[in-house]
Design a protein around this ligand. Structure first.
Ligand SMILES: [Zn+2]
Length: 238
């Protein structure tokens, strides 16, 4: 097993960084000592981008996934790409336009859990839209009311920050977990919390913008009935 330093977790705004190749796995996935590429997880797609070699040639990265553990990041090259040699130094570039849209939608979904305070059973982040599945027993507030509250929360420009707690502290505070079906990754001894001003605090390993005004105006595109109490709420950039 190899370990990657997860640069994206401490600084979601890194769009380029140097790294050393520590291996190529048996499926041709590239392992680096440090990575700015977010790996598919928590409903957010893995980053795409390029790895720039010393001779100036580029390796296209089609997606990024976790390997054998949550500390191994696998950069999946586009089919037919040349592969780097272990020990080689290269420069990572992520597709920043797409990643930044993921960060805006993802942070918008945190605000949606404030605008619509019901338990969450699933979700998905995209570059144009995202959704959360809520467990709502009874009437669902009107689309327009949710949208108005959501945009007011974003426009209030709350700062977004991260902090860490131990597994034990999380277990002692189950109210922190809004997602019923997806418990945050535990077992490494600590869990990352994402705080939005004084309005939201929840465990999350994703990438976020640093203040909510950066999300920009959103619309609640659709509320779908996905089962007994399951209501899927879709948000989109206005
Ligand atoms: Zn998050």
């Amino acid at each position: 097993m190899t370990e990657t330093t997860l640069l994206f977790r401490d600084d979601a705004y890194l769009s380029t960084a140097e790294a050393r190749v520590i291996g190529v796995n048996d499926r041709g996935g590239i392992l680096l000592d440090r990575s700015i590429f977010y790996a598919t997880g928590g409903g957010q797609p893995g980053d795409t981008g390029t790895l720039e070699r010393e001779d100036g040639s580029m390796i296209q990265i089609a997606t990024t996934v976790y390997g054998d553990s949550k500390s191994e990041i696998v950069h999946v090259p586009a089919e037919g790409s040349a592969l780097p040699a272990p020990g080689e130094t290269l420069v990572q570039h992520i597709d920043w336009t797409t990643r930044h849209r993921h960060m805006r939608i993802h942070t918008g979904l945190h605000l949606l859990t404030v605008a619509l305070p019901f338990p969450v059973s699933g979700g998905r982040v995209g570059a144009d839209e995202g959704h959360l599945d809520f467990d709502i027993d009874g009437a669902v507030p009107a689309k327009e009311a949710i949208e108005e509250r959501l945009n007011a929360l974003a426009a209030a420009d709350h700062p977004v920050s991260t902090e860490w707690i131990t597994d034990e502290e999380l277990l002692a505070n189950p109210g922190l977990v809004k997602t019923m079906s997806v418990m945050p990754p535990m077992g490494s001894g600590r869990v990352r919390l994402v705080r939005i001003g004084d309005i939201d605090l929840q465990p999350c390993g994703g990438t976020h913008v640093q203040s909510t005004a950066e999300i920009g105006p959103l619309v609640v595109a659709k509320i779908e009935n996905k089962g007994k109490q399951n209501r899927r709420v879709r948000i989109r950039f206005a």
